[in-house]
Design a protein around this ligand. Sequence first.
Ligand code: C2O
Length: 517
Amino acid sequence: MAPTRPDLNRVGKPTGLPWYAKDVEFCRPLNNNEIPIPFRMPSPMRTRVSAHRVDNEYIDKYHLAVQLMKSLPDDDPRNFFQQASIHCAYCNGAYLMENTDKQFNVHSGWFFLPWHRWFLYFHERILADLLKDDTFALPFWNWDYEQGMTIPPMYLDDTLSLFDEKRNPNHHKSTIVDLGFNATRRKAAPPLSSQAQVGYNYRLMYKHVVSLARTTRAFHGAQIRKQSSSCTCAAGMLEIGPHNLVHDWIGSPVNKSCPCRSRTNTGTGTGSGNGDSCEQTCHGENMGILYSAARDPIFYAHHANIDRLWTVWKTLHGREDYRDPSLLDTRFFFYDENKLLVSVRAGDAFDPDNLRYNYQRCPTPWIHKPKYIDKPTDILLHGNPSIPLRKPPLDFTEPVKILVDRRFPEEQLLIEGIRVQRNIAVKFDIFINLDDALLAVSYVDTLPREFAGTFHEAPQGTTADVERGCGQSSLCVGISEVLSDLNVEEEETSIVVTLVPKVELEEPIKISDIRMV
Ligand code: C2O
């Protein structure tokens, strides 16, 4: 099983860029025919600090660094927008894996955590270099802790370089981040009280980072191999849940009356012709859609928190990263603070000590299992089914139930071949043995013991080119704890999985299979 790397001889126009993205040049990585140099461990130990706990001196410094970075020449690889462009290039198919026609995509699979760790590392080193302060470290946005659940004030001050106007205007300084957020709400569910919202967020964190993410695959996502012909795109529980949800919550709302929305398939965003009148704020820009996400400075604080949560997950009992050499020896290329193209090994990012940084300590109250006050019900035997059972392959716009055979010793539920409409963020929740009568918003909004995760996919644009990337995804959820919380006995040979769409859909969600693995 050979490791891979982006093929620098075939760097192209990103094929997966949404058609409404006008400035396509923005996603084309620099191609200076350079030979990447090996990475050398250099820096002094640095501590990343909580963005809610920094002082004015820090804010001035960080603002200055980002301002300097934004004002570097356009073709300087250290320029802020060049870096956002690198993120776009690695997520919209500007690179291919060497010796294949497969796009090198760093989302939805096992590259996600190590690639973003390296990406932040170089961003941080460039900031430090511009400041001539070797000890400078990024802040992290501690949105998983009650005291950090609002947007850190420095990102909201429009006189600072940390501000971005392409955000959701309804989410301002006093709004608590909503990890159950749907850009397009299915039902006008009443907003949760602050206290209930914090509780919801903690329970979602527990489920996605602790309970449902016990296995390497469930946490990190699927293996991505250059040999495999099938699409193996599948995000881990941290990526698909909290990571995607915070992106979506920050980005501007997806506007259904966007002037260009109906103009599908006008090409790959060449900047000419039909795409011209399109406003680039209708699709979740900047944070809510991958191609533009890293244009918002808050991206880096969000990802520092994701990175920190990886270190938290590793402290939990029995959790292990992938050790497969085809992942560890995979190479990524980045420009460093000296404008040199550097080749880094994915495996060298697995321990942050190696990269000489750590995180300020902060509480993680969500790590403890919440008390579920509801009683589990024996729905297979006594339930009063109002939703008929269906068999995959299937499509749905309303809640759907599927009987799934168990497989011992069981760990993981796999949902395969998920296809969703591309122009909005699509989301559905997964429940195990949920009584139909409890499908009311108020019940499922408590994230009860039956909850087995959220699937959330950012908008992707609508071109056929996107299909060449992945076009479909799958999800792997560790459900052993859910089954034991529900007192599912060994003798029971099947479980009922309920999938509940959380957004108003124009096209049904399709799945090809659902089974235990
Ligand atoms: Cu590369 Cu948060 O996305």
